[in-house]
Design a protein around this ligand. Structure first.
Ligand code: OGA
Ligand code: MN
Length: 287
């Protein structure tokens, strides 16, 4: 492998330079790439000239491409546009439905925790970046878990939270679901403290998608969730990615959280493409 690795942040993340991800990966490179994502939580690979087809080909190297989490994807394409640009190249108005739904990306979250199975990896590739703003922030929830004080750790050890897209969108001010869409939205229970098998470390499974903690009143649950997310995202625990065209980010949703940062979406264009890789192991029976 002719890749060079350098740290992104003292606590997690790695930058890889050198890979040609527009070409088919050899078996060893696949293993190395997956290993880097699972070890470091987030991998940044600059200068990747990938179109949608190549992005799909790359994701197929990493596992099974996720279709389940795409229920709200209106065009049901494999590659999803995280963009404020319409098909004709103009900037989408703020009233646009996709725009409204995507605003919730600005809340700290983990992708696809609201579906079963979830997504183990997400890929996000930059095609057009705003001149200012529109960064993406990340934290490592293994680090967050390891830094909890023992009393808190014990308190949350066996708690189960319910995740639904409905909750994160409500928190961001969006309630415009049709009856049909509502019927497809699941409310998935997940342990807050989870073992991240590939690294053997324990991680927190937190997200704005959480609307309920089983056996706890709503106010207490909301306060606890806020406390946990706040402690996981203290400034010294965050890596901020400033996008450049061609950047490819791949992260492990089982041990990170992220959020989009605002930019001037009325005058600036931002066009990223994403797809997700299914957490198939999560479907295996626990023995
Ligand atoms: C996403 C997401 C962040 C961003 O696509 O899941 O959270 O900065 N995107 O656009
Ligand atoms: Mn996301």
């Amino acid at each position: 492998m002719n890749w060079t690795a350098s740290a992104l942040h003292p606590l997690f993340g790695v930058r890889l330079t050198g890979p040609r991800l527009d070409l088919p990966l050899g078996d060893l490179d696949k293993v190395d790439l997956i290993g880097a994502v699972e070890t470091h939580g987030l991998v940044v690979i600059p200068n990747q000239p990938l179109d949608d087809d190549r992005l799909v080909a790359l994701a197929e190297h990493l596992g099974e491409i996720d279709r389940v989490g795409r229920k709200v994807n209106i065009d049901r394409a494999l590659v999803f546009r995280v963009s404020n640009i319409a098909e004709d190249g103009s900037i989408l108005p703020v009233e646009d439905r996709m725009f409204q739904i995507n605003i919730a990306n600005q809340l700290w979250h983990t992708d696809s925790t609201y579906v079963r199975p979830g997504s183990k990896f997400s890929l996000l590739h930059a095609r057009i970046c705003p001149a200012e703003g529109g960064n993406t922030e990340f934290c490592d929830t293994r680090v967050a878990c390891e830094r909890l004080d023992p009393a808190m750790r014990e308190r949350i050890e066996s708690l189960i939270a319910r995740h639904s897209l409905r909750h994160s969108r409500r928190k961001a001010g969006f309630n415009g679901w049709s009856e049909q869409e509502l019927a497809t939205l699941d409310n998935v229970p997940r342990q807050i403290v989870q073992r991240h098998e590939p690294s053997g470390r324990t991680a927190l499974c937190l997200a704005s998608h959480i609307g309920e903690i089983i056996g706890m009143g709503d106010d207490e649950a909301a306060t606890l969730l806020e406390t946990l997310i706040e402690s996981a995202t203290r400034p010294e625990l965050i890596y901020t990615h400033h996008w450049a065209v061609g950047d490819l980010l791949i992260w492990d949703n089982r041990c990170t959280m992220h959020r989009a940062m605002p930019f001037d979406h009325r005058t600036q264009k931002r066009d990223l493409r994403t797809l997700r890789v299914t957490d198939s192991e999560a479907l295996l029976p626990v023995v």
